[in-house]
Ligand binder design. Structure first.
Ligand SMILES: Nc1ncnc2c1ncn2[C@@H]1O[C@H](COP(=O)(O)OP(=O)(O)OP(=O)(O)O)[C@@H](O)[C@H]1O
Length: 664
């Protein structure tokens, strides 16, 4: 006799067969089918629920935190990159399981809210795995995280440091005038100064801006201001610096230390800034700040055991995913001031959510209310221009300041990044083709050999690609092993090849192999199995035993004490540290890496390789992020010029309920 569960799954045999075929063909991730099967074991499962679960899981893998019912009622193919009638095939197969599928949003909502696996928000809660909130379907944990973030951001946005009358705007103004002695360069108000004042007004500040707009410069001055205006509390002020990755954390600490040191020189003994820098300690990854525990999703710090901080600065906030932001906000004591720094236009986190983008949805237009404009005038002497005054600005808009003038990125790379950000393909192509000063180069109609030549030898005026560090490796350490390691690591950071995709000849996997072969032919490396001298690797999973984390990049060099064994060296701010190569289990070769993984890093010369065909991940944010990883030189390599236009035409809009919940 067939048990009821098997009988139930059999009723959907055609649908599961179609799901399996799509999975085999790489159109669905395995987890999506497995999740749909799991939900089917939990009770009666009508075909609309199965389809919704399948899509929800597939979308989660692509960074969306929920499924919008309008997409179900319409056609979700664009979000999942289906081009060949996959959605129609799934619908047809689902219909064979019995009954017709809903035709509109109302129909889908009715079908889903009647299912025992779904909790319609507001009904009695039985801890069902799926949550239906208005016109969005969630996996319960994302709904919980989104609710935590929305509630916490709302209450922090509302909490003023005191009625504005009680904030000593005169005192703030006096310090700000010293910290920002020069007027803003391109007319308009000094947004950096305004950002500092805004952050002093409440418990949340978001400072967004493109590369080189002075986010770190501003935040160093904000720290000085907080310290200067804290009065007797100053010596006890607990400040923490954090970022999503170790590399970004190290960069933040380094830049803040430098900026504070420079300020200390200017302000003399009026403010003990060097003491402040020393007391702050290092910058940490968010995982380490929250006390990540191996193999669990929970942290040592949470609402019941909050972080011991008064001020928390988080850099590269665009990389912070929804789950991490929820954990961070839950663990932050309510009195603490949170300052988020990041570029809202960059790619969102690899994991689900686009929190910074959602928070900053209206940052361009400012939307400051009259109270903010009055406060800013009193605290900074700056007048917010009418164009940035209130339209429909709520409390959150008052907490967000966008820095609009880049100090480092004014040249052709900045122009290109701007054009891409505006989706202006004509302007972007024009800047690229002008190849100003050799800063930009576009290899159109590229062949694989062009990428390899670039990787091995760079291009004239823009450095020698990977040849440079490998030749230094070949020279050997001489008498100063650590100096040599430092130099090799620095040279490796001068050039990087970024890919939009992982698979195929133009993806990370194919290019890494091809580059290794080419370097071997050029006698720059000598492979001896997986590990060899000069191999760059990227860590793909946190490993608490060896102290290396997802995204860390290291170089393989001979062990100074036992030349036969290899160690992988990582930069740790100014210092270096190493791990025996054979102890690193989750690593991959990193001559080529994805744009996603390059976030938080910059290279003197960045080359970005686009694939020959457009696909769902290839969007404006990705191209913008790739370009803005270049400090001095940028090369675009594309086998098919049309793909560049297609990529920047599309924006990635991640499905989330956060904008609505926050009114942004
Ligand atoms: N108001 C200013 N006056 C003088 N120099 C400035 C000012 N603002 C920024 N700079 C300089 O411009 C450069 C870029 O600033 P900063 O590194 O703070 O930008 P950022 O937005 O943090 O960049 P990234 O996105 O790359 O982290 C630095 O050298 C900084 O010292």
């Amino acid at each position: 006799m067939t048990d009821p569960m098997t009988a139930h799954l059999n009723a959907h045999a055609t649908l599961f067969e179609t799901i399996d075929t799509l999975t085999e063909n790489g159109k669905l991730r395995r987890l999506a089918g497995a999740f749909a099967r799991f939900v089917a074991t939990l009770g009666h499962t009508p075909p609309p629920l199965l389809l919704a679960c399948l899509l929800l899981s597939e979308l989660e893998g692509r960074g969306h935190s929920c499924l919008v019912l309008a997409d179900l009622a319409g056609d979700p193919s664009p979000q999942v990159g289906w081009l060949d009638g996959e959605w129609a095939a799934l619908r047809a197969a689902a219909a064979q399981g019995g009954g017709s599928l809903p035709r509109n949003v109302n129909g889908w909502r009715n079908a889903l809210q009647g299912c025992e696996q779904v909790w319609p928000v507001g009904d009695l809660d039985f801890n069902q795995p799926l949550v239906l909130d208005g016109e969005r379907l969630y996996l319960r944990r994302y709904w919980r995280d989104e609710s935590t973030v929305a509630a916490s951001v709302r209450s922090r946005a509302l909490a003023l440091a005191g009625p504005d009358g009680e904030v000593d705007t005169g005192g703030i103004r006096a310090w700000l005038d010293r910290l920002f002695p020069h007027a803003a360069r391109e007319g308009g108000p000094d947004w950096q100064k305004i950002a500092c004042a805004a952050a002093l007004r409440g418990q949340l500040a978001v400072i967004t801006g493109g590369p080189g707009t002075g986010k770190t410069y501003t935040v160093a001055r904000l720290l000085a201001l907080l310290f200067a205006t804290a009065g007797e509390a100053a010596p006890a002020l607990r400040i923490a610096l954090a970022a999503p990755t170790g590399k970004a954390a190290a960069r933040l600490k380094q830049s803040i230390d430098m900026a504070l040191d420079e300020l200390a020189g200017k302000l003399g003994s009026d403010l003990a800034l060097r003491d402040l820098a020393a007391r702050m300690g290092g910058a940490r990854t968010l995982h380490s700040l929250l006390g990540a525990r191996p193999d669990t999703r929970s942290f040592a710090h949470h609402a019941g055991n909050p972080l011991e901080v008064d001020v928390l600065i988080v850099d590269e906030a665009s990389m912070v995913h929804l789950e991490m932001m929820a954990a961070l906000l839950a663990a932050l004591p309510s009195h603490a001031r949170l300052v988020l720094l990041g570029d809202k236009d960059q790619l969102a986190s690899v994991e689900a959510g686009a929190v910074l983008g959602d928070l900053c949805a209206q940052a361009e237009s400012g939307n400051y209310d009259a109270a903010t404009c009055d406060y800013v005038l009193a605290a900074t002497g700056e007048t917010i221009p009418p164009a940035f005054r209130e339209r429909d600005g709520g409390p959150l808009a008052q907490r967000i300041v966008m820095l609009r003038q880049s100090r480092r990125f004014g040249g052709p790379i900045g122009k290109l990044a701007n054009a891409v950000n505006q989706g202006d393909a004509d302007a972007a192509r024009e800047v690229l083709r002008a190849e100003s000063d050799g800063r930009l180069r576009w290899i159109e109609g590229a062949r694989p050999g062009d990428v390899l030549a670039l990787a091995v030898a760079g291009r004239p005026g823009a450095g020698a690609g990977y040849r440079d560090y490998l030749e230094r490796v070949r020279e050997g350490p001489g008498g100063d092993y650590e100096g040599w390691v430092n130099d090799v690591l620095k040279r490796f950071e001068q050039f990087r090849l970024l890919c939009a995709v992982r698979e195929g000849e133009w993806g990370v996997a194919g290019l890494n192999e091809a580059i290794e072969a080419k370097l071997e032919t050029a006698k720059l490396i000598r492979r001896r199995g997986e590990w060899y001298v000069g191999r760059p690797v990227m860590v793909t999973r946190n490993d608490y035993a060896t102290g290396v984390y997802n995204g860390d990049i290291g170089l393989t060099l001979p062990d100074p004490l036992r030349p036969d064994s290899l160690r992988v060296w990582f930069s740790d701010g100014e210092a270096v540290r190493s791990v025996l190569a054979t102890r690193l289990r989750n690593v991959e070769t990193a001559f080529a890496m994805t744009v996603h993984k390059s976030q938080g890093s910059e290279f003197l010369h960045t080359a970005m390789v686009l694939p020959p065909q457009a696909n769902a991940v290839l969007a404006r944010e990705l191209v913008y992020t790739g370009i803005t990883r270049a400090r001095e030189f940028f090369t675009l390599v594309s086998p098919n010029a049309a793909v560049f236009d297609q990529a920047i035409a599309g924006r990635t809009q991640r499905a989330s309920g956060l904008r609505q919940a926050l009114g942004t």
